[in-house]
Ligand binder design. Sequence first.
Ligand code: MG
Length: 250
Amino acid sequence: MIIIKSDQEIDLMREAGKVTGLVLKELENFIKPGISTLDIDRFVEDTIRKHGMIPSFKGLYGFPASACVSVNDEVVHGIPDKKRKLREGDIVSVDTGATYKGYVSDAARTYAVGEVGDMAKKIMDAAKDSFFEGLKYCRPGCRLSDISHAIQVKAESEGFSVIRDFVGHGIGSDMHEDPQIPNFGKAGRGPRLAKGMVFAIEPMICEGGYEVMTLSNDWTVVTTDGKLSAHYENTVVITDGEPELLTLAE
Ligand code: MG
């Protein structure tokens, strides 16, 4: 069941989302060659707590950190590690969220570490652009799979594949609520969207095939072919008109 949020609930999610957007914005200047993925996690957790909020990811399903930090062929759920140093030319995706008065936010970006190659730039742009294609269908009257379809068409038109094993989701007082929102599929299916629905829309795309496997730490998901992957996500409110992005700081 898709839970419709009241204006009061959305107000709380807006506050939570602001901090998530801010921390992801601040990471643009923080991420550089030589820092570790644990440095990123510490920065994220400190920033969220400084604003009086709780890191939504910490302890969720037993995840040990406040941010998932995934480098290059790592797709999602990378565990921050002080021994894992970023190198010039890497791309790193950071997925995190802040919780405020019981309401959650969720967003991800993929960052260039120093100067990166053309393929790295292209996949980062395509992840973001496919999110914004999906966003065009985040409005009342559209069907849920219109979002999925738009994301897939954009990502594939740029030459990338779309991860099948992980999907976007409803969000509210729980991180993962109904519905699941795949980043692929035919248009015109699933529930009609209505004001007060809140979704985490999150294309995860790959340079090569979309097959993935989970490493022996039971968390980190990597592409089976070892090629690059990128992730871009925001928490989105369906309104009467234009969708509202809760986690995008300008
Ligand atoms: Mg998410």
